[in-house]
Design a protein around this ligand. Structure first.
Ligand SMILES: NC(=O)c1ccc[n+]([C@@H]2O[C@H](COP(=O)([O-])OP(=O)(O)OC[C@H]3O[C@@H](n4cnc5c(N)ncnc54)[C@H](OP(=O)(O)O)[C@@H]3O)[C@@H](O)[C@H]2O)c1
Length: 277
């Protein structure tokens, strides 16, 4: 039986042709009136009336916002940083004027200058990378808005059968190429399946603020990737240890202040279980 579409929301997913954006679109589209953007020419998106071609460097996001009139916008974009900052400023204006909401996918990298501890929702952000700086810039723009209009979703590495990371590991195994691992990196992880359920919940329950959506446990990058490789059934992988620092370095976003219910939390072995099936 076809699910009845909830008229409460019109959702626009920016970057809905990407790994995470497409998974979010698929999770939401049978429940809400859902639209998405893609950048690269693609026949199936072109035919789909719910998909709009959008290049952050060339197009005005207002045009799509005016057509779709979303009540919720999920930003899962990549692309030119300064163009993205301008686009998000426009989205913020739209969100305020139309009493809408913006869910922004951010990253654990907003804390990449702090290497000694994992980070929590209210910790001050600080980054040494271009990527982290850019995410902080957009986060700060959102943090100046009334809280009910925003959700900042900070993510660690996201894994899934379709994730570029897993596809790359499989390809390298097949070619007998070395897979890079970072023995000093302590991190948490998540799966695209859990993430899309969490986003569905945040929309349904109208939750807002800053969310740290990673596993509740921490793993060493090298150990974890070895387990991933084992789960994929490979026995003799070639690994290349990469040491960026002499000491352990944390890149982990843990939840304390804004936790989701138990069934929406996860542990790192959920990634391995997902890769098994
Ligand atoms: N994957 C992770 O582990 C991870 C971790 C932390 C945070 N994040 C964040 O999650 C978001 C989604 O990441 P992802 O891994 O799903 O990325 P992805 O697979 O590379 O998808 C990126 C999306 O952005 C679109 N895009 C790229 N350049 C664009 C441009 N110039 N103009 C308009 N659209 C453009 C792509 O369109 P086309 O494919 O059609 O070109 C695609 O839909 C990003 O904001 C990322 O920072 C991801």
């Amino acid at each position: 039986m076809k699910q009845e579409i909830d008229k409460k929301h019109r959702i626009l997913v920016l970057g809905a042709s990407g790994f995470i954006g497409e998974a979010i679109y698929r999770e939401l589209c049978s429940y809400f009136n859902t639209y998405g953007t893609y950048r690269t020419d693609n026949y199936s998106f072109d035919k789909n009336q719910h998909y709009f071609q959008y290049n952050v460097l060339e197009d005005d996001i207002f045009e799509i916002l005016e057509i779709v009139k979303p009540t919720v916008i999920v930003s899962a974009l990549r692309g030119n940083f300064s163009a993205q900052v301008i686009a998000h400023a426009h989205i913020c204006e739209y969100v305020i004027a139309n009493n809408a909401k913006l869910l922004f996918l951010s990253s654990a990298n907003v804390f990449d200058a702090y290497s000694k501890f994992p980070s929590y929702e209210l910790d001050k952000t600080l980054s040494h990378s271009m990527y982290g700086h850019f995410k902080i810039k957009i986060e700060n723009m959102l943090l100046r808005m009334p809280k009910k209009h925003i959700a900042i979703i900070r993510l660690p590495m996201v894994f899934g059968v379709q994730s570029p990371r897993i596809k790359e590991i499989k390809a390298f195994l097949k070619e007998g190429l070395p897979i890079e691992v970072f023995p000093n990196l302590v991190m948490n992880v998540t799966t695209e399946t859990k993430l899309t359920q969490q986003i569905h919940y945040i929309i349904n329950r109208n939750k807002s603020g800053v969310f740290h959506l990673g596993s509740s446990d921490l793993v060493h990058h090298d150990d974890f990737i070895k387990e991933v490789i084992e789960t994929l059934g490979a026995t003799k992988p070639i690994l290349k240890n990469v040491y960026t620092t002499n000491e352990e370095r944390y890149l982990a976003v843990l939840a304390k202040e804004n936790k989701l219910p138990k069934h929406l939390q996860l542990e790192s072995d959920a990634v391995l279980k997902e890769l098994e099936v």
